[in-house]
Design a protein around this ligand. Structure first.
Ligand SMILES: Nc1ncnc2c1ncn2[C@@H]1O[C@H](COP(=O)(O)OP(=O)(O)O)[C@@H](O)[C@H]1O
Ligand SMILES: [Mg+2]
Length: 397
């Protein structure tokens, strides 16, 4: 029985842990949180900080693993790459993982290779540096931490006056204390999911994204097919980005904004499956491709087959981005699922606090609706989410 190590054991990783076990792999997982949701699903677990690469490697060595992978967490990507390189297992080159962890380095490579339509970018590690570039900047711009995730500290800035504060916040939110400034692109946002294996780049699917309104830029859900008329062009751009960045192995998740005049701007790349049920539900249901299964097999050094096993369906998801409060009564989820023919995955409990929704981490779970008509899937996902929100009994906080 081959042993696979999954880095991270949170809610979203628990789908991967379960899948790997179902597929017959001996499944080991690590996470800093001793109460991780994913631990009970694994054959074995360890309480290890997934940011601490040496500690992760030491653990992996001791367990004589055959493969390592991560899902839905950027922190895990570096550690997984470090382990796979050190132990000569299939994986992303560590050097590439380091680039992918830094949005500025990604941006520089994409720009130099003319991959997309972002035309200006600056890196800031000290707000005194703003002065030097202030006359070069064309507003509006977006400011974000170079190594951020979950849309934290991402801000649109319209003038030089507001730039200082936005940079300060982004630097503060960055583990490497660096912020990226780039063009603000007005348009519709899409997610592109890809798999790299044996030198080939497979673009698995393009999803439309529901987003919050500014000043927050947080995901509210996805739908596939994307309804984007220039989907083929977008796929070529994504493919090119993967090539020039040197991504040699595994899953790639991209956020792309397409402007009204069809400019394509890549705003974010992760060398991992997308979170928010993209890897576990949206791609497999929407394309018929066993995305997670193939990624697990590839990581364990087994052969992959990315041909669709079933025909794709129309899928819409909604994050449980709910009104804030302390939960005193839960809705009857079964009844809501039956009424709208949807699946609900949530981590709500009586007594838990729902925070105002500003980023992914404030979400309380997900709704998945499947149909042969995308409008129908979208409607059921939206209406059932609204009913969940409405039916929760809560106290003010
Ligand atoms: N250049 C940009 N123009 C317009 N919106 C952007 C830009 N960059 C990021 N955003 C918005 O902010 C969100 C979060 O930014 P992103 O770079 O994806 O960070 P994170 O790693 O936190 O997901 C994006 O999904 C998008 O909605
Ligand atoms: Mg993103």
């Amino acid at each position: 029985m081959k042993k696979i190590l999954i880095i991270g054991a949170g809610f979203l990783q628990s789908f991967v842990i379960r899948k790997a076990k179902e597929m017959g792999y001996y499944t080991i997982t690590i996470d800093k949180n001793p109460n991780s949701i994913g631990f009970p699903y694994a054959d074995e677990y360890g309480v290890v900080d997934i940011i601490d690469q040496e500690a992760c490697l030491k653990f992996a060595r001791k367990k004589s693993i055959d493969g390592v992978m991560t899902a839905a967490t950027d922190y895990g990507v570096l550690s997984a790459a470090y382990i796979s390189e050190e132990l000569h297992l299939p994986g992303l080159k560590y050097e590439v993982a380091q680039i992918i962890k830094n949005k500025y380095l990604i941006r520089r490579i994409l720009f130099k290779n003319n991959v997309d339509d972002i035309s200006q970018y600056f890196e800031i590690s000290n707000i005194n540096d703003i002065e030097k570039i202030s006359n070069k900047i064309h507003f509006p711009v977006i400011v974000k931490p170079c190594d951020g995730s979950g849309s934290r500290a991402v801000k649109k800035v319209n003038n030089i006056k507001d730039l200082n504060n936005a940079c300060k916040e982004a630097i503060k939110a960055s583990l490497i204390s660096k912020a990226l400034i780039e063009n603000f692109v007005e348009g519709k946002e899409y997610g592109v999911e890809s798999l790299v294996y044996d030198g080939e780049v497979y673009i698995l699917g393009v999803m439309g994204k529901y987003m919050t309104s500014p000043p927050d830029y947080a995901e509210l859900g996805h739908f596939i097919p994307s309804k984007l008329t220039i989907e083929e062009k977008l796929k070529k751009v994504a493919q090119n980005a993967i090539k020039v960045l040197g991504i040699n192995f595994g899953a790639v998740n991209m956020d792309v904004i397409v402007s009204k005049d069809n400019r394509i701007c890549i705003v974010d790349i992760g060398a991992r499956m997308g979170g928010n049920l993209i890897g576990s539900h949206i791609i497999p249901l929407g394309t018929g491709i066993d995305y997670m299964g193939n990624l697990i097999r590839a990581s364990a050094g087994d052969s992959v087959d990315i041909r669709p096993k079933k025909s794709g369906m129309k899928v819409a998801t909604r994050l449980l981005a709910l009104a804030p409060g302390k939960v005193v009564g839960l809705p009857n989820f079964e009844r809501i699922c039956a009424k709208y023919d949807v699946d609900i995955y949530h981590h709500l409990k009586v007594g838990s606090t729902i925070r105002e929704y500003h980023n992914n981490l404030d979400g309380c779970g997900y709704i998945v609706a499947v149909s042969d008509d995308i409008k129908d899937a979208e409607r059921r996902a939206k209406n059932s989410k609204e009913l969940v929100d409405y039916s929760i009994k809560r106290e003010k906080i």
